[in-house]
Design a protein around this ligand. Sequence first.
Ligand SMILES: [Zn+2]
Length: 229
Amino acid sequence: MDIYRTFHGPFPGCASYEPLLAIYRTALPALPDTQELEDASVEKLQERDSKMFFSRTEIRKVLEENVVRDVLSCGCNRCNDRLERNISEYEVLVRYVFNRARILLAILIYLGHASWTNVFTNGGYGDENLDGLLSYIQNHSPAGLSPGFARTFQSALNLFRPPIFAMGTPRFNYDEHQRFPYINDELCGVGSSGTVRRFEIHDDYLDKSLIEVASKYTQSEGSSVSFLI
Ligand SMILES: [Zn+2]
């Protein structure tokens, strides 16, 4: 994705740039402290990148209403050149995005395509139907987006919308690059029948049914739940 952003931005001067940096700072698993970061090998950082995902709670905190307004009104060359915007009810758009499409906006900021927000929200898309938007992009290849954008959008979706597990969840076929909302993920052992890992599922992506089951078997006061697989 770093190479992708080299070509697609957002770049300094765009109203999406500072929010992008703020979004990065919320990425999980949390970055090591400065000293550990300096000592970390490329392989260790790459391993962390391969598990990276975002908390929807933290994303929504970053994208305060004034930030949403600034991003959606960016007048930089790329935002203006990419799409001619004709937004008659601008504040309605800001309110809609703030209330119902901040994860979508975060994805588009991440991909350097925030100026497409009004196009997609005009189509009725928001945080509740991101998969529907992916299908729309796959099936319609909107003019002005590169042919590979659907795949790019899917990759970003994997980071910003990891799966939520519930008791009785049927088996799914996940995308090859699907991210999972695991934190404190560590290898416990390797045996003849496979590997055993211990991890916690981030609160944002923990279904109530799992919390209820876990609470029966733990005296823990906190909401953190650990799993062994
Ligand atoms: Zn811009």
